[in-house]
Design a protein around this ligand. Structure first.
Ligand SMILES: [Zn+2]
Length: 406
């Protein structure tokens, strides 16, 4: 009698967090169930969009999620009690160092300065915190292809995580993409589709989402709403780690290089979670650092949907002419502010960080340039501790050596 051999097929599944109640609109507060198809269209709240306001959604959890982490040492996965998926593709993201910079604190005239080094993530940037969760969502919705509009970190990160999970990945970029990032994206087997400009890039991505059913991870609306709301949840873990890593409970001012505000929004949600659980008594001030006055003007009353051209600059990861509702919401709720910096100031800050042993992308160094500008204007409180969010490593960026001579 022939032996009946059963072939065991391995199927990867990513488990939705049962404590996820749904997603709410930041502006009108309408709630959507976790399985609502609208959540995966990449267009945010349909109500607000119909009124002409692109607005992103945010995850809400049952109060049963009393702890930030599960007590394990699974890096970012240990925060799964407050993430939309209990499991997701992981290649070692999270638990990045918080580096104490006492000389810089003295120079800026504040108590403490810490540098949160997101360049230590697997693909060298904070985007790794978003990619795994967005991929988990795409996979659990039966999608075989993810797509993102990116000329840098998001593309390199999504390509790596899609490869890890066995999904196809398309990155829609522009001809100006750095060859370093191009190589990183293609190395993981992702397809690079080149378009002519931002509008063309977003329009193409929208077409592919609607016609081919590709799963959108980044924004394609214009004016924008923001990236995938499940992915943005990953940025909460930056705040969770900061809360764990800082022993004293001084008021915090957190400086975040900001483009369309996925990170600053996610960090805000994370600090609110920590505050609600009594882990911090005072919520931090969030400070958006940008290459020109976009959010600065929105906070002064400008409509967030209007394109606000910024001066020419080399801060490629935080470029663009548009703000988002989610950034505005995070700054307003945190009683924060926005500060614009020049390329020259960012180059100088990059050099300062280099002298402290940290090699970061120019757009990340912009956060320190923002701190220097605000310190010069006496905008920090004496008892405040500054957190500089270093979003990305410098190795991937093409840097002209002569430009360091500032
Ligand atoms: Zn809404």
């Amino acid at each position: 009698m022939a032996e009946n051999v059963m072939m065991k097929q391995t199927t990867v599944t990513f488990e939705l967090n049962p404590l996820l109640k749904g997603l709410n609109c930041l502006r009108c507060d309408r709630q959507f169930a976790p399985d609502d198809e609208i959540l995966d269209k990449g267009t945010g709240c349909p109500n607000c969009l119909a009124e002409g306001f692109p607005v992103s959604l945010v995850c809400r959890y049952d109060s049963g999620a009393s702890q930030l982490n599960d007590g394990s040492t699974r890096r970012m996965l240990r925060f799964s009690p407050l993430l939309p998926y209990k499991s997701f593709p992981t290649i070692g993201e999270g638990d990045t160092p918080l580096v104490d910079l006492p000389r810089l604190a003295s120079r800026l005239g504040v108590q403490r300065v810490f540098f949160k080094n997101e360049g230590q993530n697997p693909t060298g940037s904070h985007k790794d915190r978003m990619s795994g969760l967005a991929i988990a969502r795409a996979h659990s919705r039966g999608k075989d292809t993810v797509v993102a509009a990116s000329s840098g970190n998001a593309g390199a990160s999504l390509a790596a995580y899609a490869a890890n999970a066995g999904l196809k990945c398309v990155i829609v970029s522009m001809s100006s993409i750095s060859p370093m990032w191009e190589a990183a994206i293609e190395f993981h087997g992702a397809e690079l589709h080149i378009r002519q400009g931002q509008d063309d890039r977003w329009g193409y991505m929208q077409q592919m989402v609607e016609k081919k059913g590709w799963y959108p991870v980044t924004n394609f609306l214009n004016p924008p709403s923001g990236s995938n709301p499940f992915g943005i949840e990953g940025y909460k873990t930056i705040a969770y780690e900061i809360v764990e890593q800082i022993a004293e409970r001084a008021p915090l001012a957190v400086l975040v290089p900001t483009c369309r505000g996925d990170v600053i929004a996610g960090i805000w949600y994370g600090f609110v979670d920590a505050h609600q659980r009594g882990l911090i008594s005072v919520l931090p001030r969030l400070i958006a650092v940008e290459p020109g006055a976009r959010l600065e003007r929105v906070l002064d009353g400008e409509d967030y949907r209007i394109a606000l051209p910024v001066p020419a600059h080399q801060l490629s990861s935080i470029g663009g002419e548009t703000a988002t509702y989610q950034s505005y919401h995070a700054l307003k709720e945190s009683k924060g502010m926005a500060v614009s910096v020049t390329t020259r100031a960012a180059l100088s800050a990059q050099k300062t960080l280099g002298a402290a042993g940290l090699y970061v992308e120019l757009s990340s160094a912009a956060a320190l340039a923002g701190a220097e500008k605000l310190a010069g204007d006496s905008q920090f409180f004496n008892d405040e501790t500054l957190i500089i969010l270093g979003t990305s490593h410098g190795y991937k960026e093409m840097t002209q050596k002569h430009s360091w001579s500032v």
